[in-house]
Design a protein around this ligand. Structure first.
Ligand code: SF4
Length: 432
């Protein structure tokens, strides 16, 4: 029987155009219906040199469904190369060309001798959501653009983390991960955001290892790079937020990379001293508000639900109610992700629900006894239900309508402090 899905938290795989856009001077060329791009173009902070409103698109119609849209794809790529100055062109296919059987790979191969590289990723919406689409884009870069390198740069680390734009804090988070890696003496390499782009893509094969900071998104990419490019990888499933997780993260990365332990401990000590100095100054605020925020729920993708749950338990001593993962985590990854919610301090374990239907999530939140005012960190959809329970709400995941973020971040020691500031800014307003 057909199922109704109330307010899902992701877009179709073609939403991966956002991942392409996040790679500077890389242009998505859409082979899809005209409405596909429009539907996906409303995200805040996505204007600039290229923006969704100017992405070239074949805008295929009924005639192309009957006769095929490959001619149109050829001319669209051809014209994009002539009139748009980019470093890399990535063709993204939508549902219609894939259903009617257009051989987009064949058309793209006709541009093998073009001045600029042209590759393609199959991102039809029926294949999955934009988390999978993001993986498809990285896959396309690995399979069609990158070549194995015998030259290795000692200490060079490729970092992979958030899905750009889907995560509000993607830019700040990845920059802060870079900073942390740099502080322990390694050289970070990332492809998303300001002044990265194709020159950093070209450095990928020279890395000592890949570092994946994500519960599941990107894991298949890491395996592919290990096979094709001979790059080993470290999978760190938790986005490190706050002192407990960030120190653990640095120790694990340092050990994998063979960094001197003393050096790591020195970096950790410096950060922790300042972190706990700040916490100490506001200890009275935490004690007062503990009464009103005994239990919490996070409603977000696996990345944020896990990272924030660990932070709120391990660093702030709060008690988890059910945590909701909304990214349609692949079934074969769920057990592993759920295991992570059992690795909390103080012998605590969090119950986790993989749920994409907001109606069911809201019913569970309403029926749970939070032993006081609930603290809910989630998408904008959770605002009304939390306010109905007189709880405290913070909009940390998509959809976001409560916050504008340029390059703010929640990663690391500083990110943990930012998250505390945001949570308690909401909490103290109760007393106004
Ligand atoms: S699901 Fe298919 S038809 Fe709909 S927007 Fe995505 S690619 Fe286009």
């Amino acid at each position: 029987m057909a199922k109704l899905l109330d307010k899902q938290r992701y877009k179709c795989a073609l939403g991966a155009m956002q991942s392409v856009q996040a790679i500077e001077r890389t242009l998505p060329v859409l082979h899809s219906g005209p409405g596909c791009a429009q539907k996906l173009s409303e995200s805040i902070g996505s204007s600039g040199y290229f923006s969704p409103n100017i992405f070239p698109c074949t805008s295929i119609n009924e005639k192309d469904v009957v006769f095929g849209g490959t001619k149109k794809l050829h001319s669209t790529i051809d014209n994009a190369l002539k009139v748009i100055d980019a470093d890399l062109y990535i063709v993204l296919t939508g549902c219609i060309p894939e259903i009617v059987g257009d051989d987009s790979g064949e058309i793209v191969s006709e541009f093998a001798d073009a001045d600029k590289p042209v590759i393609y990723a199959q991102t039809a919406g029926f294949k999955g959501n934009n988390y999978k689409g993001h993986e498809q884009v990285v896959d396309a870069i690995i399979e069609q653009y990158l070549k194995k390198s015998d030259l290795k740069e000692e200490g060079l680390v490729n970092i992979w983390a958030d899905v750009p734009y889907q995560d509000l804090f993607w830019l700040g988070n990845i920059r802060e991960l870079e900073n942390l890696i740099r502080e322990i003496g390694l050289t970070p390499n990332t492809i998303f955001g300001y002044k990265r782009g194709i020159k950093n893509i070209d450095r990928i094969p020279k890395a000592q290892f890949n570092l994946l900071v994500s519960p599941w998104v990107g894991l298949s990419n890491m395996k592919k790079m290990e096979r094709k490019l001979g790059i080993p990888y470290l999978h760190y499933p938790t986005l490190p937020i706050g002192a407990t997780e960030t120190s653990k993260f640095l120790r694990e990365v340092g050990k994998f990379a063979g960094v001197d332990e003393e050096k790591i401990e020195k970096v950790i000590k410096e950060h922790e001293d300042y972190y706990y100095y700040l916490i100490e100054r506001y200890a009275d605020l935490f004690l007062e508000n503990r009464v009103i925020n005994k239990q919490f729920s996070v409603v977000a993708d696996a990345q944020y639900t896990l990272g924030i749950t660990k932070f709120l338990v391990n660093d702030l001593g709060l008690v988890p109610a059910t945590q909701f993962i909304t990214d349609d985590t692949p079934k074969n990854q769920r057990e592993k992700v759920a295991e992570e919610f059992k690795k909390l301090n103080f012998g605590l374990e969090a119950e986790v629900a993989f749920e994409t239907d907001s109606h069911k999530i809201h019913e569970e939140i309403k029926s749970h006894d939070y032993h006081g005012y609930p603290l809910v960190l989630g998408g904008y959809y959770e605002k009304e239900v939390t306010e109905g329970l007189s709880g405290n709400f913070l909009n940390i995941s998509w959809p976001v309508q409560d916050k504008v973020v340029f390059d703010d971040f929640y990663v690391g020691y500083t990110g943990g402090i930012r998250l505390i500031e945001d949570i308690y800014t909401v909490a103290v307003q109760r007393f106004n």
